[in-house]
Design a protein around this ligand. Sequence first.
Ligand SMILES: [Zn+2]
Length: 430
Amino acid sequence: MIDPIVMKDTYFRDAHIMDPGNGVDETGNLYVKDGIIVDFGAGLGLPEGAEMIDCDGAVLCPGLVDMRVALGEPGYEYRETIASAAEAAAGGITTLAALPDSRPAIDDPALVRLLTARGEETGSLTILAYAALTRGCRGEELAELGLLREAGAVAFTDGCQAIASTRLMRLALTYARGFGAMVVVHPEEASLAEGGAATEGELATRLGLPGIPAVAEAIVIARDIRLARLTGGSVHFAHVSTAESLTLIRRAKDEGLAVTCDTAPPYFDLNETAIGDFRTYAKLSPPLRRESDRMAIAAGLVDGTIDAVASDHQPRDADDKRLPFALAAAGGSGLVTLLGITMAQVHNASLPLPRAIALLTSGPARLLGSDAGTLVRGATADLCLFAPEHAWKVVAGELPGKAQNTPFDGRALEGTVLGTWKAGRRVYTR
Ligand SMILES: [Zn+2]
């Protein structure tokens, strides 16, 4: 899969070069030498000794930056390993931020360094480590935020759980602010969500499923926006999924608070009816919402309320899902469908292509304080080449990597990754 030795200089011919973070959107050629972007432009000729890749007008953009991924490691290797997650290259992803609620939790500086090093070992992926906000992600006492930050943690979060204690969350925002880091929140009020399997409403009732009221999300968002105002701290809401959440976040942004958010493809592409005949692959956390919420999230991509699209990749094996709906594990895999589902908003809705690419590259890179997600001259050549109109079909069981639990099984998509380069080295070829 990965050629470990050869490091060629590469000349990309006739590419649609796109780097929205720097306002680049032009047709031309791009030259990579020793893993670095040397130059690009319409008049750039073929340098001697460089290997030529004919792009035929395909889009050449920064390697995608996925800011929300649960890895199977450590603790859940049967679901996925870092080596199998490195198949993310097939989805055009070259940088990902890994959640810390593994077993053990990433609440120790040595584990932050280990996770980062494991990414480097893959040769195809930069892993940015989120560190646990509280010891063991148990929500009881704060972790050693200063030491974790020093070890390279990009931000703090308890992964798939909001901090229940308002007092502790206030403290967390205050300390994290001191270390120049944001707190990332899974916005869901835990006592309201407990035991729920779908969004509360007519559909859940008809299917006989225990419901989670949609306001479980807005309740946490409203609280944490108030705490951001009180502390001056920086809060980021993950996978927002309701119209009300976006209204609150939009208002906080207008006020100038350090409040940002991302969403994941299921929340702008699917609604609760995807559960259909108790399809457990559509059991997600947060649960899929009503159509009006889906439409609001899609609009939030366009109007800039949403800062990034992240896969919220949650690997599950077949046994986690081969259970009655109410008992099955929540979560979907998302690495290889991240680009294709986002492209569906370009093809079938009103999302402009440069905005779509920004949501997948410069947007998340900026939030994470990473220098990835750009094509500036002198930058590391992390690249994704994709054909926006080329069709493919999502088939669970045939996806690259270990995690096959996609909520998009059977879906026809347009937008195919043709190649991925990490620091100038080709790590994926279609
Ligand atoms: Zn979550």
